[in-house]
Design a protein. Structure first.
Length: 457
């Protein structure tokens, strides 16, 4: 049944909007409830709101350089260091208008990234942002935790979605951001700030535990500080090319042999991939369960920093994508098979058991190796180099199933595996706590509006 909402022209106020979507009854009800508590436009709280749409046309540099944050680095409201690219000081100073200060809040500006946030906690003026991000700098940086939490809560997200209603190609500008109303109930600010700051601390613990595990693994394999050295010219035997059925030059890049050689020379030996894990087949058909609801994991749902699934969308069986043919089980490790996103690797936890996943992933189930150890191996240069070498195809370059038999796995001692597992468990537990603390903070903000809606007019 259609929902009809009639508004008088005189009631439009300063909105300057005549599209019907903007005046949905749910939005109007939200406005009424928000008006019952003190609030201010975000623009009134900001010293500066800025982005530079021309910040492109340069090459990234090796670390150390200036961190250059992109949309995939934002983890609501954390900023992940894993995978961050760097630019030169020269580029940074050329685009200095978007140099960040500690406490700045970053937001995606286009499409599905709008409303995705990160709070910068680094050194003043020693980081920059891509043209797909915008930052806003508060007059009071101590409010940044609170403001970020409001924006991530339904209080902020409803307003963002309403602002974008009626637009064909969603984009958020500084003028639109400044219109967002932020509740200014002073009593709740320190509560939210403490919860959010504790979440940041847990996030940092998670990152450090994972980094320690990865460092131990690379030390064990003699790969610490190892960098692939790509050669510009090299030769390969024709017989070898025919035997592998590969004639593309990339496959025979000697840099990949450097990693394979470390595995072959490992003191405890090595084993073929498919002897230590099962490659689970993608044979589930959600269309046969048309009336059932499933949670569906895509590449965008993977937190590549420490290998966890951070979200999963809801789909009906008869509406599920054709590629949603994997059923995940706790302890499975899913690895992207698509070149360009091979680092999208995650260990399935209890929360995401029985979720569907795309055939764009490999689904590995451990046999003789600990799942946590297999996770870190999959994300390390040990597997990443081997997977990249095996990529094939034209339109969509990916790792073929038949190439898995050529992937080699070092046989790590059980006591070492237990040590790695302990660190990964600690990392994932800290990330879970960070998520819970953030959810608690968001809930407290949302309850302000709920309380207003049940109070006296």
């Amino acid at each position: 049944m259609a929902v009809v909402s009639v508004r008088k022209l005189s009631e439009l106020g300063g909105a300057r909007r005549i599209d019907a979507e903007y005046y949905q009854p749910s939005y109007i009800e939200f406005d009424v409830n928000l008006s019952k508590i003190p609030s201010a436009n975000l623009g009134e709280l900001c010293e500066r709101v800025n982005r530079n749409p021309m910040c492109y046309g340069f090459n990234y540099v090796a670390s150390p350089g200036i961190p250059f944050f992109r949309i995939d680095d934002l983890y609501n409201p954390f900023i992940e260091k894993y995978g961050v690219v760097f630019v030169s000081d020269e580029v940074h100073h050329k685009f200095f208008s978007t140099a960040l200060k500690t406490g700045d809040i970053l937001m995606g500006v286009r499409g599905n990234s709008i409303g995705r946030l990160g709070k910068y906690k680094g050194e003043d003026y020693r980081a920059n942002i891509s043209p797909n991000l915008i930052f806003f700098r508060l007059f009071e940086p101590k409010l940044s935790n609170y403001v970020a939490t409001v924006l991530l809560s339904s209080v902020g997200q409803i307003q963002i979605q309403r602002i974008l209603a009626g637009t064909g190609q969603p984009t958020i500008t500084s003028d639109l951001i400044k219109q967002i109303r932020i509740p200014t109930v002073e009593d709740i600010v320190p509560v939210i700030d403490k919860l959010t700051e504790n979440a940041f601390e847990e996030f940092e613990k998670a990152t450090m535990s994972y980094s320690h595990a990865e460092e131990l693994l690379l030390e064990q394999l003699g790969l610490k500080d190892f960098k692939l050295k790509y050669e510009l010219s090299y030769t390969a035997n024709l017989s070898q090319a025919f035997g592998l059925r590969r004639i593309d030059a990339e496959y025979f890049q000697p840099a990949y042999d450097q990693v394979t050689r470390r595995v072959l020379d490992y003191q405890n030996g090595y084993t073929p991939l498919l002897s230590c894990v099962e490659a689970v087949q993608a044979d589930f058909d959600p269309a046969k369960h048309a009336d059932s609801s499933f949670r569906y994991v895509e590449l965008a749902d993977i937190d590549a920093s420490i290998g966890v699934i951070h979200s999963a969308g809801e789909v009906k069986g008869d509406e599920a994508p054709s590629r949603a043919r994997r059923v995940l089980k706790r302890g499975d490790v899913i690895v992207s098979s698509v070149e360009g996103s091979l680092d999208k690797v995650a260990l399935v936890d209890e929360e995401h058991e029985d979720c569907l996943a795309s055939t764009g992933f490999f689904q590995f189930r451990a046999r003789t190796v600990y799942p946590e150890v297999f996770l870190i191996l999959s994300k390390s240069i040990v597997f990443q180099a081997q997977f990249k070498r095996e990529c094939a195809g034209t339109i969509l370059t990916a790792v073929p199933n038949q190439s898995l038999k050529r992937i080699l796995v070092p046989v790590l001692p059980p006591e070492f595996q237990r040590k790695i597992t302990s660190l990964i468990e600690r990392s994932h537990e800290a990330r879970r706590k960070a998520k819970e603390l953030l959810e608690e903070a968001k809930s407290k903000v949302e309850r302000m509006i709920e309380t207003a809606s049940t109070g006296n007019d």
